[in-house]
Design a protein around this ligand. Structure first.
Ligand code: PXP
Length: 251
């Protein structure tokens, strides 16, 4: 695998293993076992979102994911006092702040960092004081990127949902916007991450972005695991990412 391909980390989001478990209220599938299979397939990080309503990941899952998988934990959280205290107590490798609405099926849009810069800078400061890397999930937008840098983020994760939903010319427009914002983030000293809604094809596209260091992928991989098994699904995703990174490096 080329240096460009191996420079991109894959964070596997195991939230929907917990969704399936919670549908029956028992212990299986266990998101920790799913994370271990993802690790065998080549995942670099495990991502889990502890929502205010605890609809999938539960408090105890976070401690177990951190202890038992051997992979760095990326804790996805709303910038609330409750989640801030939880993150500082559990000390994941990184915390990715996202907007959260109770009624949404999944995270719908990026965080409005520019509109809440003071609050987010406060949260970032608390997390960094606890030794946690700070990331903001934002739409590909230059003003939000600049605001994330001022608020003290180490990285930004660009929302790839619109890219995944677009086709043809609209998709080209989305990728051009992501490229421009990735370059701006890198210029401002931010690590560039991307995620949301990615499948094999769109992950390949996202992996071709300049300066990209991490992709976070969940729902599609949990679905693909029903067909290929988790280990193989992650292995196939790694191959898609490697091929996208090589295409990006050749550009
Ligand atoms: N990144 C963020 C910030 C998310 O909220 C999610 C979904 O929880 C993901 C990445 C992964 O998205 P998906 O499950 O659609 O792959």
């Amino acid at each position: 695998m080329s240096a460009a391909a191996t420079a991109i980390r894959l964070g596997v989001n195991v939230d929907h293993a917990a969704t399936l478990r919670n549908a029956r209220g028992g212990r299986r599938p266990d998101p920790v076992e799913v994370a271990l299979a993802a690790a065998r397939g080549g995942a670099d990080r495990i991502t889990a979102h502890l929502r205010e309503d605890r609809r999938h990941i539960q408090d105890a899952d976070i401690a177990r994911l951190k202890e038992k998988t051997g992979l760095p934990l990326n804790f996805e959280m709303a910038p609330t006092d409750e989640m801030l205290a939880f993150a500082c107590a559990h000390k994941p490798k990184s915390a990715m702040m996202v907007p959260e609405k109770r009624e949404e099926l999944t995270t719908e849009g990026g965080l409005d960092v520019a509109g809440h810069e003071e609050r987010l800078a406060f949260c970032a400061g608390k997390l960094r004081d606890s030794g946690i890397e700070v990331s903001f999930f934002i739409d590909p937008d230059e003003a939000q990127t600049e605001s994330a840098s001022r608020a003290g983020a180490d990285s930004v994760e660009f929302h790839t949902g619109p890219l995944c939903a677009a086709e043809g010319k609209a998709r080209e427009k989305e990728i051009a916007l992501l490229r421009k914002c990735a370059a701006r983030a890198h210029q401002m000293g931010l690590e560039v991450h991307a995620g949301h809604g990615l499948d094999f094809e769109t992950a390949r596209l996202a992996a071709s972005l300049p300066h990209l260091r991490e992709l976070n992928i969940g729902h599609f991989l949990i679905g693909a695991a029903l067909i290929f098994g988790m280990e193989e699904a992650v292995r196939r995703m790694r191959r898609a990412i490697a091929s996208g990174a090589e295409a990006g490096a050749a550009r």
